[in-house]
Design a protein around this ligand. Structure first.
Ligand SMILES: CC(=O)N[C@@H](CC(=O)O)C(=O)O
Ligand SMILES: [Zn+2]
Length: 312
């Protein structure tokens, strides 16, 4: 069968699974360490899958990063910077990673990179995409969602012109973030660990089927597009004066309407959402985002259209 609107991609022969981009997100660190020892579980016919700890110093210290956030470090300026040992550790590391799995944006770059993250937010299984036009990734999302049903897995689209950042996975032709929570920093929870493992199994199955020549018909994928970053309310000195409201806490992906409670001040006052229209908050009260002045991010629901794909 052939479709008018069919996209061809080369076989995805080189795949990497990154763990420890943030050294205190234990599911990815543990899975990748496990697979470095024995990779049988992640190998598929016709694909070479490389498990890789991206920030070993941060993993060693069980901290998010040592000098600067590695998952913001893959800018063209950083990747082309000279200075060697004088650069922050993560900038040096970004250059090494770009050398092994990139160069970013080149034909030599890895086909797919899965980057494993945990969140302290109640997000469940979330796949993070950086482009609504990557039909290979959109088809992969559709495949994974169907494969894990009745379990669920949502797609967060980080395509905002100002809020997009330069991730470790962005080195690949098809970057995929996997964010599973809630799990505290430095803690391993079996349910979160297993959920992450299952998603990866299906993702790798998809790649194997694609390489074997399976054609994937057109489909639609529900996604949540990043819309706005919401900071905590602060006083004139920049100190936080309110917490996430109990009605919002743990309610990632649930609709937030104008007038709904959003924050609660320390003296018990409610601060309400004043935006226009319904949004879907996520990364609510993520521990790592206090330093980024972000209490949560709002998203808007969208239906993305994926054309059929087959291998070239
Ligand atoms: C909690 C956390 O680290 N989240 C990731 C999301 C992503 O990978 O895009 C980050 O901020 O880098
Ligand atoms: Zn992370």
């Amino acid at each position: 069968m052939s479709y008018n609107n069919s996209a061809c991609f080369n076989e995805a022969r080189r795949v990497a699974i990154f763990g420890g981009t943030h050294g205190n997100e234990m599911s990815g660190v543990t899975l990748v360490n496990l697979w470095v020892k024995n990779s049988a579980e992640i190998q598929r016919k016709g694909v070479e899958t490389k498990p890789f700890i991206t920030n070993p110093k941060a993993v060693e210290k069980c901290t998010r990063y040592v000098d600067t956030d590695l998952n913001r470090a893959f800018t063209s300026e950083n990747l082309s910077a000279s200075g060697g040992d004088d650069q922050p550790y993560e900038v040096q590391r970004a250059q090494e990673i770009n050398g092994i799995f990139g160069p970013k944006g080149s034909p030599e770059a890895y086909d797919v990179i899965f980057d494993l993250h945990n969140t302290t937010s109640n997000m469940g299984c979330t796949l993070i995409l950086e482009s609504s036009k990557d039909h290979f990734n959109l088809q992969m999302m559709n495949y994974i969602k169907k494969a894990i049903a009745p379990g669920s897995c949502l797609v967060l689209l980080n395509e905002h012109p100002l809020l997009k950042y330069s991730t470790s996975r962005s080195v690949a032709k098809h970057p995929v973030g996997l964010e599973v929570g809630p799990q505290p920093q430095g803690v391993l929870r079996s349910n979160i660990f297993e959920a992450m493992r299952v998603i990866l199994k299906h993702a790798l199955d998809f790649i194997e089927l694609f390489n074997e020549g399976m054609e994937f018909p057109p489909c639609t994928v529900e996604a949540f597009r990043v819309s706005e970053r919401i900071d905590y309310p602060r006083d004139a000195n920049g100190n936080i004066i309110a917490m996430v409201h109990p009605n919002l806490q743990d309610c990632d992906w649930e609709p937030l309407n104008p007038g709904d409670p959003m924050f609660q001040t320390f003296d018990g006052k409610t601060i309400r959402y004043q935006g226009s229209g319904t949004v879907y908050p996520t990364f609510i009260n993520e521990a790592a985002y206090y330093e980024k002045q972000q209490a949560f991010v709002t998203t808007r629901r969208e239906t993305l259209v994926a054309s059929s794909i087959r291998k070239a």
